[in-house]
Design a protein around this ligand. Structure first.
Ligand SMILES: Cc1cc2nc3c(=O)[nH]c(=O)nc-3n(C[C@H](O)[C@H](O)[C@H](O)COP(=O)(O)OP(=O)(O)OC[C@H]3O[C@@H](n4cnc5c(N)ncnc54)[C@H](O)[C@@H]3O)c2cc1C
Length: 357
């Protein structure tokens, strides 16, 4: 196949770019390695609704997400924050009334963050979006090869992938070593983390006067939040694992059992009997994390466009994940900001007006 723009990656940044190109009548094809779209945005589907396994929140002051939510007509609701916050010390003693819910003021989405993905994807022409199509090779003339043996010839290639994942592709000719080093230097936001979700019949902790918000020095969950739907259905709690990625591998059953015991210590015995659970270890997902992501950064890295990638292959190779965003890099808002930035660089009108950039 031949196209104007080939997009590699069907996460929020790749899909948002595709939507902009389609609106501007620019021909594109998008290739996604997984059999689903969304990348780091994923949910656990339950009979009473979806629970986020990737991002859960967006915040006031994020205009692109707010506008997308509005355009798609998805319902946003505030993170549940009523009731006591708990703290479990290293001996397993639980203290109630420990300050304010840490995510108070943030917003969640009905149907989970996946509603953004299904909403944007539904607007794209089906024959332009190829799932289960992992790009393995990229040649300088704009030729891509997927693991299904598909070839695509594009005038411009956009890698809507975390830079470290992009560095693993086979480039012909190989990228300059300094460029590869720069790509590998950018931590993929949240890639080294894991989430444990427990779904219940009712949000019983709320009636006990608890917000569902807790921190723990004992673990295995370090930070716990109410993950329920807008009206408390599905009823769910989730926790970020405090156990490093290397020590999580192959221990799913042990971690599930220990997490349920911990939830019962903090929220009461009902927490030990969920309807279902899910353990999502992002560090084990090669489409998201590399071995360099096993030790996540402590603070939020200073993300931004990567100067050494500027003008690569005569301006025909671009990097577009949230990690390259000019604004709010790492977050979903950043994924939208990076799509906007790349659209402005690759759209034909822009190229005609500013041929040198
Ligand atoms: C546990 C967790 C919690 C988070 N919490 C929040 C939060 O509360 N709020 C917030 O704003 N953000 C949060 N984030 C970050 C948010 O998920 C990201 O900012 C956003 O989803 C990034 O989108 P992206 O398109 O830039 O990258 P990605 O979602 O990583 O998309 C890259 C895509 O490329 C695909 N791909 C990889 N290799 C190939 C290949 N060779 N060929 C083709 N396709 C390929 C991948 O499968 C993926 O679909 C969280 C992330 C995680 C993991």
């Amino acid at each position: 196949m031949k196209t104007e723009i080939a997009i590699v990656g069907g996460g929020l940044s790749g899909l948002a770019l595709a939507a902009r190109l389609q609106d501007a009548d620019v021909d594109f094809h998008l290739f996604e390695a997984r059999s689903r779209l969304g990348g780091r945005i994923a949910v656990l589907n339950t009979p009473t609704g979806s629970v986020d396994l990737g991002p859960s929140w967006f915040w006031p002051g994020q205009p692109r997400i707010a506008s997308l939510v509005n355009d798609l007509g998805v319902r946003a609701f505030p993170q549940y924050a009523t009731g006591d916050v708990c703290f479990e010390d290293d001996r397993g003693t639980v203290h109630r009334g420990m300050g304010f819910a840490s995510m108070e003021g943030s917003f969640r989405l009905e149907g989970g963050m996946e509603s953004l993905i299904t909403g944007v994807a539904a607007r794209l022409a089906d024959d332009r979006v190829h799932v289960a199509s992992r790009v393995t090779d990229i040649a300088q003339g704009g030729r891509l090869l997927t693991d299904r043996g598909q070839w695509c010839e594009a005038k411009t290639v956009v890698l809507a992938l975390p830079p470290r994942v992009a560095a693993k592709l086979r480039f012909h000719p190989a990228l300059d070593k300094d460029v590869v080093r720069e790509l590998q230097h950018v931590p993929t936001w949240m890639a080294g983390h894991a989430k444990f979700v427990a779904v219940y019949d009712t949000p019983f902790w709320r009636t006990a006067g608890l917000s569902g918000d807790a921190t723990s020095r004992r673990g295995p969950l370090a930070e716990i939040h109410d993950a329920s739907g807008a009206e408390g259905a599905p009823a769910a709690l989730f926790g970020f694992l405090g156990v490093p990625a290397a020590r999580r591998r192959g221990r799913d059953d042990e971690i599930r059992a220990a997490a349920l015991q911990q939830l019962a210590r903090i929220f009461g015995p009902e927490a030990a009997a969920p309807v279902t659970t899910s353990f999502m270890d992002w560090a084990c997902e090669p489409e998201t994390a590399t071995e360099l992501d096993a030790d996540p950064p402590i603070g939020h890295p200073a993300y931004g466009p990567l100067p050494p990638t500027r003008g690569l292959w005569k301006g025909r190779l671009h990097f577009a994940s949230t990690e390259t965003a000019p604004d709010m890099g790492g977050l979903m808002e950043g994924a939208l900001a990076s799509a906007e930035r790349i659209f402005n660089l690759v759209s034909p009108r822009r190229q005609k007006e500013f041929p040198a950039s």
